[in-house]
Design a binder for this molecule. Structure first.
Ligand code: ZN
Length: 416
């Protein structure tokens, strides 16, 4: 009997399974889900792990990769980024999003939470590529009519989330009105929080409360959410987040590149906050490699605490997978277990830096990189497969044509 096309078997693999177990064997996928985990003795030449979940990105910022390097956050935004973004058209955002999605899929990322202008372009690009993702209309005070646009976008895009850029770019009236509209929509909030000391302290001066407490007071966290950065968050902020189901999205590269500092991730975890990982945009990172975020997250907290037992390899892997899925409300994915969605990252183990494979979780966090990914699956469908032409993508778009579109936009924006 011929196997139905929805069935796929990944054989001879190391597998990172739910419950922090490492096993050898085969994975059977049927109808988009993990149908069986067959543990057996074999000689694995690849590793299967849950697909990586990038919980904070500005995907189309591939257009401005590396722009304004060396500037502090406010000057970086106002002098380097905002003037270019003001010139971006929907076509530019589409080209940037398509390119960013290719980069993420080629690095084993299966889901992204995106925050950017023209979100319908990113949403369409995600659908074309077969990647899971959540877009949002970014709440900003200074754009006339934006509140209505935010509400309409959420109403017309059932899978989108609500968003304010940050406390400092939206006033209380805006936040309360969006929270009121969200009583029916019931969406989680995507937001930047306490990224810089200045932002955190100015909020306290304005409202007598931290950004987390202020946003919570407006009702915008009533249906949960995920807050990027949280570098300056207090213990009370973490308690509010734990209580309201707000996840902390740790962005170690971005926070270091912009000199913002280090989120107190071990403390947040201790106080019950769900901690996920994100790359942030390509101008403050400057790539969308979630393996690099895992590596940095693992190292910096050990170094800061002067304690190598802080954040185990499994802690960090779960931040990039299971916790990310929880943050975005896609708990049906994020782990390898029977019945879970087959959102998977398959990495080869043939490169010099991956041998010998003695401790798989440690190898994933400390040795592996996006370039080791050979195949990415979303809902059991192969959406990326490595090849000599830069990869085959489910959407059918070639790397060469996506690159041409990106470069045409970069030229039109006056960047090259
Ligand atoms: Zn951001």
């Amino acid at each position: 009997m011929t196997m139905p096309t929805t069935t796929l078997k990944l054989e001879n693999c190391w597998m990172l399974l739910a419950g922090r177990r490492v096993a050898k064997g085969d994975l059977l996928i049927e109808d988009g889900k993990i149908a069986a985990v067959v543990e057996r003795d074999c000689e694995p030449d690849r590793l299967v792990m849950p697909g990586l979940v990038n919980c904070h990105g500005h995907t189309a910022m591939t257009l401005v990769r590396g722009l304004g390097g060396g500037l502090p956050l406010q000057r970086w935004l106002e002098e380097a980024i905002f003037p270019v973004e003001a010139k971006m058209t929907p076509a530019d955002v589409r080209a940037g999003a398509v390119w960013g999605i290719m980069e993420m899929l080629a690095g084993g990322t299966t889901c992204v939470a995106d925050m950017y202008d023209f979100p319908e372009e990113t949403e369409a690009a995600l659908a074309d590529a077969g990647m899971r993702g959540f877009t949002c209309r970014v709440g900003l005070n200074f754009v006339p009519g934006r509140l209505d646009e935010c509400v309409k976008y959420a109403e017309n895009h059932p899978k989108s989330h609500i968003c304010i850029h940050s406390e400092y770019l939206t006033d209380e009236k805006f936040c309360r009105a969006l929270a009121d509209a969200n009583r029916e929509l019931k969406r989680p909030l995507h937001v930047h929080v306490s990224e810089t000391k200045k932002e955190h302290e100015e909020c306290i001066q304005r409202h007598g409360r931290t950004p987390v407490a202020q946003i919570a007071a407006t009702g915008l966290f009533d249906h949960g959410g995920y807050a990027a950065h949280c570098v300056w968050c207090t213990d009370d902020d973490f308690r509010i987040m734990a209580e309201m189901g707000v996840s902390l999205v740790h962005n170690p590269t971005s926070n270091m590149k912009l000199g913002s500092g280090f989120a107190r991730v071990p403390r947040a975890m201790k106080l019950g906050v769900n901690v996920a990982l994100g790359t942030d945009g390509c101008a403050s990172n400057d790539n969308l490699d979630m393996f690099e975020e895992m590596h940095l997250a693992s190292l910096i907290h050990k170094g800061l605490a002067r304690d190598p037992t802080v954040l185990s390899a499994w802690d960090v892997i779960e931040m990039a997978t299971k916790n990310g899925a929880k943050a975005l409300g896609t708990d049906d994915a994020g782990e390898i277990a029977v019945g879970k969605a087959a959102d998977l990252c398959v990495a080869g183990l043939g490169s010099a830096h991956l041998a010998p494979a003695l401790d798989l979780p440690n190898l994933v966090v400390n040795s592996m990189g996006a370039e080791d990914v050979e195949m990415t699956l979303v809902g059991g469908r192969v959406v990326y497969e490595k090849n000599e032409a830069g990869g085959a993508f489910a959407g059918g778009q070639s790397v060469a044509s996506a690159r041409s579109a990106l470069l045409a936009s970069v030229r039109r924006l006056g960047l090259a």
